[in-house]
Design a protein around this ligand. Structure first.
Ligand code: ISL
Length: 576
């Protein structure tokens, strides 16, 4: 039997602070804006908020480049505002998870400034500094061949000391050296600073990159035409990773009953993931594996074409749902975050005739699996990607821009050859996950003042797709979300703690994801059937005598011994 815990019964709502709600008309979301929406957040039935970074930052990567962990980016508000946010959320029984970005800092952080000042600096070893290599003709070269996640070399030359520093993301995001014990203690102090103010836990950014292979060896060459290579074999889930997590627990988390969610890029295999979340390891409560947001990446990367197929979500869902009970682990369940396109537009359909049904089908997926569900703000009323009529100039995020420019360069600067890349951007660019929330149909979607200039594009579909217009409509996506969240509470034994049994593709057809859940005492049973295609599907109802529809997105029918699902149909059948 699965052990009970508050963080297992929670549904988490992710807020991207820049895009949630602007209270002062500067076009950027802020903390008072979030506070003003607490009644709305509370009305959804979520029990926790994950807030993307709000700390002091030069904002080269939207706050994932932190220059002071104990201060707030002024346009978002002040420490007092954050305290008010924590207190107001708590009054509404909503917990707050902060984003903990400690794989790297900003190059404007005092630690890095000190570290870069001289080789003798006491903080020199808090980051990775290495001598140049020289090629046969005496040209200065990077210490190894690693590619940055945002493109180019991961190493940056610094004249002051004639050495390179390592930055796996932007050059302005130098990686911290976790093998330095003083650095680790300083980080733990910063975590305690927030926990002492009442924060309930952390989503830990790029967690598995904190331990690198101590020799920083050259990566295996997988793209021979390119100078820099994927070094993740040496920088993801390195040898000391689990020592650091255990230390973090005993130094910080255990003293606060903190909820912990580690982001794991690159680490997607069952055995490695189990080492983070198996119960007897006492490390993290849950993780985000990247596989679920990479289902439509191409063989050579994100901006290559590889059309999504339902068999991928079946495979990944079954894998994690079946794996976790083997080692008493727990996981997150998510489809969207601020690093990708909206799942509605990628894994289902945002065409007008399918949009609401698709959003409800995905909601059914999120709320009927074992694991803690995470929603990205706007998902609860069917926000979608920017449409096909938005050109490349609408994309302002550094990841897509860098990728676009790198491919353009490979193609000799021929812009007319870039249609395929733009298509993939329209699907997957991080910008879509960061669109301002569409509150109502007033100018600027009620996100900011009517005469303000929003910091990024507001999707023009807001006139039709916004939270206000769905409030009182019983059939709306928004109210469907409220219903499935309520079901998850009403059937907590079944939907949170119940067992999971995949339905075979032979029974459901390859376009349908089907699974059964049973409560630990076997008194309750459900079958969930989700059509990930725009074609009608028909499944034998032979095993479901005595089952009734618990919830449906309006595109299902049980009759004549068959369950019929319309395009993107979803149904949950409960045994009476
Ligand atoms: O490269 C990846 C794994 O295949 C990425 O998914 C990687 O894990 C991800 O880019 C890390 O994202 C996080 O850290 C970044 C920041 O830009 C993202 O917004 C954040 O979610 C650097 O802090």
């Amino acid at each position: 039997n699965v052990e009970k815990a508050w963080w297992k019964e929670t549904v988490v709502y992710q807020i991207y602070p820049a895009s949630f709600k602007d209270s002062d008309g500067d076009g950027l979301g802020d903390i008072p804006g979030i506070i003003s929406k607490i009644p709305y957040i509370s009305s959804l039935g979520v029990n926790a908020v994950w807030l993307s970074p709000i700390y002091k930052s030069p904002q080269h990567d939207m706050g994932y480049d932190i220059s002071d962990y104990r201060d707030i980016h002024r346009p978002y508000g002040t420490l007092e505002d954050v305290q008010r946010l924590i207190d107001e959320l708590h009054k509404n029984q909503i917990k707050l998870l902060m984003d903990l970005v400690v794989n790297h800092t900003s190059d404007e952080h005092a630690w890095f400034k000190e570290s870069r000042s001289s080789k003798q600096s006491p903080k020199r070893d808090w980051y990775f500094w290495r001598d140049p290599r020289y090629d046969a003709s005496g040209n200065r070269q990077e210490p190894n061949n690693w590619r940055s996640i945002f493109g180019g070399s991961a190493w940056h030359y610094d004249e002051t000391t004639d050495q390179y520093y390592l930055a796996l993301f932007l050059p302005s995001q130098p990686d911290l050296n976790w093998s330095n014990a003083d650095m680790r203690q300083a980080t733990y102090d910063d975590m305690r600073f927030w926990q002492d103010r009442g924060v309930d836990g952390f989503r830990i950014d790029s967690m598995n990159l904190m331990s690198k292979h101590p020799d920083l060896p050259d990566a295996t060459v997988t793209r021979p035409k390119e100078k820099y290579q994927d070094g993740s074999e040496f920088f993801a889930s390195g040898p000391k990773m689990h020592d650091y997590i255990r230390e973090m627990r005993t130094e910080v988390f255990d003293h606060y009953d903190a909820m912990t969610v580690g982001e794991l890029g690159f680490t997607n295999d069952e055995r490695s993931v189990s080492e983070y979340v198996a119960k007897d390891r006492h490390e993290l409560n849950m993780v985000f594996t990247g596989d679920i947001v990479d289902m439509d990446f191409g063989p050579g990367g994100k901006y290559e074409r590889d059309d999504f197929h339902p068999r991928k979500i079946r495979h990944i869902t079954n894998m994690w749902q079946c794996a976790m009970p083997k080692f008493d682990g727990w996981n997150s369940v998510y489809l969207d975050n601020h690093d990708s396109g909206r799942s509605l537009s990628r894994y289902a359909s945002d065409k007008p005739e399918h949009r609401a049904a698709s959003a409800k089908m995905l909601a059914t997926y999120l709320m009927t699996l074992a694991g803690t569900p995470f929603l990205l703000a706007g998902q609860e009323f069917g926000m979608a990607n920017l449409g096909k009529d938005y050109g490349v100039e609408s994309y302002i995020d550094v990841e897509a821009k860098n990728a676009y420019n790198a491919i353009l360069w490979q193609r000799g600067g021929n812009k007319s050859s870039m249609g395929d890349v733009l298509r993939e951007m329209q699907r997957k660019a991080r910008d879509h996950g960061r669109l301002p929330v569409q509150w109502d149909d007033s100018p600027n979607a009620g996100f900011t003042a009517a005469d303000a200039k929003p910091w990024m594009t507001i999707n023009k579909d807001y006139i039709e797709w916004n939270a206000a217009s769905q409030q009182s409509d019983k059939e709306s996506v928004l109210n469907f979300y409220r219903q499935v969240l309520q079901l998850r509470k009403d059937y907590v034994d079944l939907l949170v703690y119940g067992s999971y049994k995949p339905l075979d593709e032979k029974e459901t057809g390859e376009m349908v994801l089907g699974y059964e859940r049973a409560s630990p005492d076997e008194s309750q049973h459900v079958a969930v059937l989700l059509n990930f295609s725009d074609q009608e599907q028909s499944i034998s109802a032979a095993g479901y005598d005595g089952y009734n529809t618990l919830i449906s997105n309006g595109r299902s029918e049980v009759a004549g011994g068959r369950v019929r699902l319309g395009a993107y149909g979803a149904v949950v059948l409960l045994k009476d």
